[in-house]
Design a binder for this molecule. Sequence first.
Ligand SMILES: Cc1ncc(COP(=O)(O)O)c(C=O)c1O
Length: 435
Amino acid sequence: MDVFSNPRFAGIEKFKNKVWLSSPTMHGDEQKWVDDAIQTNWVSTVGANINEVERLMAEYVGVKYAVGLSCGTAALHLATKLAGEKLYGQAKPNAGTLAGKKVFCSDVTFDASINPVAYEDGEAVFIDTERDTWNMDPAALEKAFALYPDVRLVVIAHLYGTPGKMEEIKRICDAHGALIVEDAAESLGARYKLNGEWAETGSLGDYNAISFNGNKIITGSAGGLFLTDSKDDADKVRKWSTQSREAAPWYQHEEIGYNYRMSNIIAGVVRGQIPYLGEHIAQKKAIYERYKEGLSDLPVQMNPFDEEKSIPNYWLSCCILDEEAMAPQVRGERDYLYKSESGKSSPQEILDALAAFGAEGRPIWKPMHMQPIYQSHAFITAEGNGRGKSNAYIAGGGIDVGADIFARGLCLPSDNKMTAEDQDRIIEIIHRCFE
Ligand SMILES: Cc1ncc(COP(=O)(O)O)c(C=O)c1O
């Protein structure tokens, strides 16, 4: 579609500077701490920046220990490995700690949440999503434990900075003696009221991870943290992350190691960002609220959250089109087609229009159970087995909330450097898509 010759979009100008989905926002302190590392020659995976990031973030999240790692994926890998070792014992060097074991996993998330299950030779079983927060559905998790009572590990992510239903999920996990790996990569700064007490995401699981990837609420360009209240667990992760050195004068190894430690340069960037976390959250919240107001006359809803039990960090603003407002849209494995219809639209049509004007949106993370690599894995919904639900001889099919949110939802440009005028233009473009 050439939007500039399309009368539907008449009078709207292209953005001079691209409006990003979510890009790094630097303030100046980052440079100071990077320079400090270079001037003091701590250009390594040891140094004051790492120590400070660990101290400040443990204090912020409300856990006793934080271990600085190269990325959130590394934090999730070691969290998942540790859970596997706690549950099933130490693995041989050529085997994962979850070999032969199933693990219940969030379905609508970025694949880094759940790939560590495969790194550890486990088998992810995907749990469908609920509509109230777009996170793991406790009812589907209950069904999964009924189907696979031996499972002892659950990996849960808080999508787009919105806390999931942790109270219910923790109750179910406790009842089944299962441990939780909490992926708070997207939700740093989001809070949740657990049994009446406010707590930060990143402190709610047995093993917790956050990310400082370039698109996150604060960033080091890369980096992540493993968070825990257990000194033993923190010490173990620190050891694994530095090639598993034993206490000997030479390189001595009794278990498999990794080169996953955070760099003191990266930590300098993170250290400079930490004072601005609150400011970034406030900016992202204002963006969410402006979209909510500006799109309120359209047949769309914003990504929902539990107003009583959670305060999101509003990392990404998203919306979902009402069913009746969906124009035809089909997606293959790599490409898509859609049709414009008056009064209706579709995520791909809106994303194309935004892109043509220079604004970056994104489809909702494609559910893991729909990914070609995981298509042979079980998928459990609130009704039970979510695979093979249609029947050539019977009308109707099963529920699949994740697939539905993927089909009808989209992530809106959510960069905290976007001006109110930029956002008004984005809101106008979206309105024109429905004309
Ligand atoms: C939900 C989720 N988990 C894990 C990660 C991985 O973090 P990293 O990129 O720091 O490895 C990301 C994002 O990158 C994410 O969005």
